[in-house]
Design a protein around this ligand. Structure first.
Ligand SMILES: Nc1ncnc2c1ncn2[C@@H]1O[C@H](COP(=O)(O)OP(=O)(O)OP(=O)(O)O)[C@@H](O)[C@H]1O
Length: 268
């Protein structure tokens, strides 16, 4: 359904390439975990898949179309089929949880229905159905600013469940969750995406959970894909390479920056 080939991309708001030569195909209904050290480019990759920013180089194809070669309106139409749960969901603090969840459906709604949803949500049962498996059934009418960090993160995930999208992107969905809750939440995401035939791409710091819950793992190091395959093919050496300090660039990437010789006078 979505295919990246040879993508170089900057982080949101940045100008220099963070992702380098990334090629990746995600099929309809597929579930993929993205792992890699902090700063490896996981968020930048998810933002590319979410059509948040044009790549610097390479080709992105979504359902046979190239969104970045289309007029803005057409790109927005394509984007409506994609739902992204960012690391820190931008939820208006005074909004009720039910409204915050249902707001994820606004791109698919008429103007009148959107306004009704924001004022007095007619689809509250839908929000409740999404919140219940995430353990938030009792928070439906609470204000967002009364939630803990972990609860807020799960509201962000409930938005994925109601979004009516075909590609679900979750950026470190477990960051604010305790270990027991983390496993349950991943299982819910996987199960619900599978039931709806949605593709799921999830960036994770918890390697053990990525390997346990996903049939395919993509590993990034310094903005490059260094592994793409089943979890059983990942060994200790690869994990060590992935999480070794990024300051030690792997041989094929070094040197990105050439040492600048100091003037003689400064060496004395
Ligand atoms: N606005 C920006 N301008 C320039 N560089 C940026 C900008 N935002 C992020 N970066 C850099 O881009 C690189 C990749 O960031 P990204 O957030 O994609 O990594 P990540 O793997 O998701 O990290 P983490 O696990 O810590 O969230 C990092 O080195 C980061 O410092």
């Amino acid at each position: 359904m979505i295919s990246l080939s040879g993508i170089d991309a900057a982080a949101l708001g940045g100008t220099s390439a963070v992702l380098r030569g990334v090629s990746l195909d995600v099929a309809a209904g597929e579930a993929v975990a993205v792992i890699g050290a902090s700063g490896a480019g996981k968020t930048t990759l998810l933002n590319q898949l979410a059509l948040m920013q044009a790549p610097l180089a390479g080709r992105l194809v979504l359902d046979g179309a190239e969104p970045w070669a289309q007029p803005r309106r057409e790109r927005q139409r394509l984007r409506a089929g994609i739902a992204l749960a960012p690391q820190q969901p931008p939820l208006p603090p005074r909004q009720r949880v039910a409204v915050a969840v249902l707001a994820a459906r606004l791109p698919q709604m008429s103007l009148v229905r959107s306004l009704r949803t924001l004022w007095s949500p007619p689809d509250a049962p839908l929000a409740l159905a999404a919140l219940t498996p995430l353990g938030l059934a009792d928070k439906l009418w609470l204000r967002v600013d009364r939630l803990s960090g972990g609860e807020r993160q799960r509201v962000g995930l409930a938005r994925l469940l109601v979004a009516d999208a075909r590609l679900w992107l979750a950026d470190e969905p477990l960051a604010a969750l305790d270990p027991t809750r983390a496993g349950t939440v991943l299982a819910v995401l996987r199960q619900q995406a599978a039931e709806r035939g949605a593709s799921l791409v999830c960036s994770l710091h918890q390697v053990d959970l990525a390997l346990k819950h996903f049939p395919r793992v993509v590993a990034l190091r310094a903005g490059r894909v260094v592994f793409d395959g089943p979890p059983g093919a990942i060994d200790e050496d690869l994990l060590e390479e992935l999480y070794r300090s990024q300051d030690e660039a792997p041989p094929e990437l070094a040197p990105l920056v050439q040492p600048v010789p100091l003037p003689q006078a400064m060496c004395r």
